[in-house]
Design a protein around this ligand. Structure first.
Ligand code: CA
Length: 175
């Protein structure tokens, strides 16, 4: 009889402990770790669940934050792409291309992107093989032109200089 009473007491104590522990764990889940469960309504793809109430919504003990490049309240279906190009061309020196969740800068023809991925610098076409010019190469912003020395004219290919025999002879005779 004594043994049975002791057994029941132990069983009761263990049962109480188990009950209290289980209830504590549930309260812990719902009150403190809801982000670790699937009981929140943050967008599973475009938002992050953050423990604690937000300034905008103090009723819940968590809030949702849209990923970088998205805006909204972070609830399911409430994160939308930010058009970074709408604000000061996204900081791009030339062209800005908005993309889903991001954006990128692009350069016009004749320019090359710097390492900052924002600034476009003029390509000096004359630095390589004289720009294909047979005589003078003049670099310009975004382009270049070929020019000829006195007595020569530029051919239709805009690169090759051909001699004007008569004028050069005239000039030679003058000098
Ligand atoms: Ca974007």
């Amino acid at each position: 009889m004594n043994m049975n009473k002791r057994y029941l007491k132990v069983l009761f104590l263990f049962g109480s402990f188990f009950y209290v522990t289980t209830v504590d764990a549930q309260q812990c889940d719902t009150q403190e770790h809801i982000c670790a469960t699937n009981r929140h309504d943050c967008d599973p793809f475009l938002a992050t669940c953050v423990e604690g109430a937000s300034n905008a919504d103090t009723k819940t003990n968590y809030h949702c934050v849209c990923q970088t490049g998205y805006q909204g309240n972070g609830k399911i279906g409430n994160c939308s792409d930010i058009n970074e190009c709408a604000n000061r061309t996204g900081g791009c020196s030339q062209l800005c291309v908005n993309t889903e969740g991001s954006y990128r800068c692009q350069c016009r023809l004749g320019f090359i992107m710097e390492k900052d991925n924002r600034t476009c610098s003029d390509i000096n076409e004359c630095a390589q093989e004289n720009g294909g010019c047979s005589q003078l190469c003049v670099n310009t912003k975004g382009s270049y032109i070929c020019e000829c020395t006195a007595g020569f004219v530029l051919s239709q290919d805009s690169q090759t200089c051909t001699g004007k025999l008569n004028s050069s002879m005239n000039k030679s005779s003058i000098q």
